[in-house]
Design a protein around this ligand. Structure first.
Ligand code: CS2
Length: 440
């Protein structure tokens, strides 16, 4: 089963499952996340869709057939039915960073009105109108325990460090509030895996639908454009089995953290830097930004800082960096910076701040990391890509009606008192902000 039936999942987990040699023994029951429209699009296509793999050499078109059932998130009876089935072995998630409804300390955000409504519903056993993914999963876990359907694996695939533990923390918080008796069963029966996922996957446009029609003759209302590169690194137990993903190219490891840090800091960190800073310079896509020598120098500077703190062998990290440049230069995927800019409140802390803090601990004030923070402040102040954030009210309030200096102080205070209390960091962010806004 999968939660978060978006393009990323369809270019990634669904594709690996389709390519596994035992694919005919598995099917994915896929549920939408926040938007139900993908269920309407894929239902009539029986879950089938075209993956368009785009490189500067041209397009490849493949039909992916691993999705065997498609449901809107609200189809709660179907949801519980799968959890009760002993055939359910793995639940994968792509619910975005915001979908974990975490506070900055990683615990469940119980002040979120959707969370409090879900807590009230779960306490009285009403589960049909649940709003958040953690609450739906708790309802599913309960159904599984009550039906005696046995162990399974929950495998988050979002860009969060330690995503397995991140999910386990919010679920444990929720279970403590609504059904503490469930805790022991979850601990003894459910495996939480941790994964690093990597494939650049833009949103679908009419141009993609037209390309499928022209090149293959099929009408597909929801094809998925993606790049040739793909990586999936998995650390998990699978008490109920899994598709042979490793034979489709996934890497199964004992410790995913070094891969996760490499990808989150180098790829996602530079993505966020460009999403805020390069849009101020008028760029719309990643390929435009990386072709601009000014933006390229910013990215190189950021990479040098982040790479210092990675533990994977240096040749491996350098090869990843070279591959990243080529991936960003891929003009045919038109990856919009405005898409990447969304939910900065959830992304900056995990993509940029670990390197910023590691550099400070080494006695340096890193220009690349402080520029990324400054670019986010500029974005909140109305420059570059528009603000679209699950916590927009909270983060916009940090800068509204305030001077640049006050805005920097407030944003750094929000990101961490250690940062706000460091005059060198405050000065560096303010200097970058002034420079970025002057170029707007
Ligand atoms: C991007 C990611 O939108 C974003 O925040 O940084 O979706 C990125 O494209 C993927 O993680 C690539 O694997």
């Amino acid at each position: 089963m999968h939660v978060g039936l978006g393009n990323f999942f369809r270019a990634h987990q669904a594709w690996y499952t389709d390519r596994a040699p035992d694919a005919d023994r598995w099917g994915i029951a896929a549920f939408t996340g926040r938007s139900a429209s993908m269920a309407d699009a894929l239902g009539p296509q029986e879950g089938l869709y075209t993956l368009i793999t785009r490189s500067d050499d041209g397009d490849a078109f493949d039909v992916v057939s691993s999705i065997s059932a498609v449901h809107p998130a609200g189809d709660h009876q179907a949801w519980l039915g799968y959890w009760r089935s002993p055939e359910l072995a793995v639940v994968t998630l792509t619910i975005t960073e915001a979908g974990y409804v975490r506070r900055p300390d990683g615990h469940l955000d119980t002040d979120n009105p959707d969370v409090s409504a879900d807590v009230a519903d779960l306490r009285v056993g009403t589960t049909t109108g649940l709003r958040t993914s953690p609450a739906r999963i708790v309802a599913g876990l309960r159904a599984r325990r009550d039906s005696g359907a046995g162990p399974l694996t929950v495998l988050p695939c979002d860009n969060l460090p330690g995503n397995g533990q991140a999910l386990r923390t919010v679920l444990t918080d929720l279970i403590d509030l609504v059904d503490p008796d469930l805790t022991g069963w979850v601990e003894s029966t459910v495996a939480f895996g941790t994964t690093m996922v990597d494939r650049i996957t833009p949103a679908t446009t009419d141009e993609h639908r037209d390309a499928v029609r022209e090149q293959t003759g099929w009408t597909d209302v929801a094809p998925v454009p993606t790049e040739p590169f793909s990586e999936w690194v998995i650390q998990s137990e699978f008490p109920a089995g899994r598709p042979a993903w490793e034979q489709a190219g996934a890497l199964v490891v004992d410790d995913v953290e070094p891969y996760e840090q490499r990808k989150l800091w180098m790829l996602n960190g530079s993505h966020s830097l460009l999403a805020y800073a390069a849009t101020i310079r008028g760029h719309q896509t990643v390929d435009q930004a990386i072709a601009d020598p000014v933006c390229r120098a910013w990215v190189d500077e950021w990479w040098s800082e982040a790479m210092t703190h990675l533990v994977l062998p240096s040749d491996h990290v350098h090869a990843y960096r070279d591959a990243l440049v080529a991936r960003y230069e891929n003009r045919s995927i038109r990856h919009l910076l405005a898409q990447i800019a969304a939910d900065g409140s959830q992304k900056l802390p995990v993509r940029i701040l670990p390197t910023l803090r590691a550099e400070l601990a080494a006695g340096r004030v890193p220009p690349g990391a402080t520029r990324a923070v400054a670019a986010w402040v500029a974005h909140l102040r109305g420059h570059g890509a528009p603000v679209k954030d699950a916590r927009a009210d909270e983060v916009l309030a940090l800068v509204e009606g305030r001077s640049a200096q006050e805005g920097v102080d407030a944003v750094l205070g929000h990101l961490g008192h250690d940062l706000a209390g460091n005059p060198d960091v405050v000065a560096a962010v303010l200097a970058h902000l002034t420079e970025l806004e002057a170029s707007a």
